[in-house]
Design a protein around this ligand. Structure first.
Ligand code: AP5
Length: 258
């Protein structure tokens, strides 16, 4: 917990903004969402929109691993080789980072998992973690899309590293090519965003991650999205499915009380 001395150091405007955010968030239903889909299907583009709408934390294992690689932490050193080749990092490493992350206060109202779970073992471990807290996954949004569309999306993607803002040279261009609209800082392309590495990433998706969709289908929590549609159409679908998830979890919560 922050000490009163450190609170005194925070500017009043920041404290007010945080207070207002917490008041707004108090009325929001809890929600635990998983976004699953192949590389470039739009998970990272859509996550910030529902994150803000429902006061959830956004946990993207790919982003966390890239940060660890950049900082050369023991985790990053272990993960780098697999990531560069477009293969999955070991289950133990990613389960550990998610287990830690979902305990953070920012995940109090729930979370959006983006890129996790990617294997059935990861899904089982996640369900065990949630069962210990008496909760479970509310909805799995399946970003369904044909592989043929993804190469253009992946090779045209540009990222602003410090904010995570994503652009696309054709579908969502920045005002000045290669420059972030907000900060004016340079944009970068991910090392694994090449046609050659995409092949391995897609292979890993079909072989190891599609079974995760079957795993959650059996639990009746999967919602299909048409991820090949334009971004604003996908956003509307995501918002609709996320709303349905909260109605369902609200009703189940009520049933438990009665
Ligand atoms: P990760 O970072 O998770 O990559 P990914 O799953 O391959 O997903 P992407 O970030 O590439 O795609 P996205 O769906 O977020 O697409 P975006 O919205 O940016 O993982 C990287 C690596 O880390 C893995 O290969 C693995 O090694 C490791 N890893 C991570 N998690 C792991 C785990 N759980 N277990 C083991 N290993 C793990 O969109 C892409 C582009 O398209 C953007 O430019 C965007 O502007 C554009 N776009 C988005 N939507 C649309 C649209 N509707 N129409 C047109 N363009 C669009």
């Amino acid at each position: 917990m922050a000490s009163s001395a450190s609170l005194e150091d925070i500017p009043s405007m920041d404290l007010m903004t945080e207070l207002l955010r917490r008041m707004k968030c108090a009325t929001k239903p809890d929600k635990r969402l998983i976004l699953v889909g192949p590389p470039g299907s739009g998970k990272g583009t859509q996550s910030p929109i529902i994150k803000d709408e429902y006061c959830l934390c956004h946990l993207a294992t790919g982003d966390m691993l890239r940060a660890a690689v950049a900082a050369k932490t023991p985790l990053g050193i272990k993960a780098k080789e697999a990531m560069d080749k477009g293969e999955l990092v070991s289950d133990d490493l990613v389960v550990g980072i998610i287990d830690e992350a979902i305990k953070k206060p920012s995940c109090q109202k729930g979370f959006i998992l983006d890129g996790f779970p990617r294997t059935v073992v990861q899904a089982e471990k996640l369900d065990e973690m949630l069962a210990k807290k008496g909760t479970k996954v509310d909805k799995v949004l399946n970003f369904a899309i044909d592989d043929a569309i993804l190469e253009e999306r992946i090779t045209g993607r540009w990222i602003h590293p410090s904010s995570g803002r994503t652009y696309h040279s054709k579908f969502a261009p920045s005002k000045v090519p290669g420059i972030d609209d907000v900060t004016g800082e340079p944009l970068i392309q991910r090392k694994d965003d090449t046609a050659a590495v995409l092949k391995s990433r897609l292979e890993a998706f079909h072989r190891q991650t599609e079974p995760v969709i079957d795993y959650y289908s059996k639990k009746g929590v999967v919602a299909q999205l048409h991820a090949d549609k334009p971004p604003n159409v996908v956003t509307a679908e995501v918002q609709k499915k996320a709303r349905q998830a909260s109605c369902l979890s609200f009703l189940m919560h009520k049933q438990q009380i009665l």
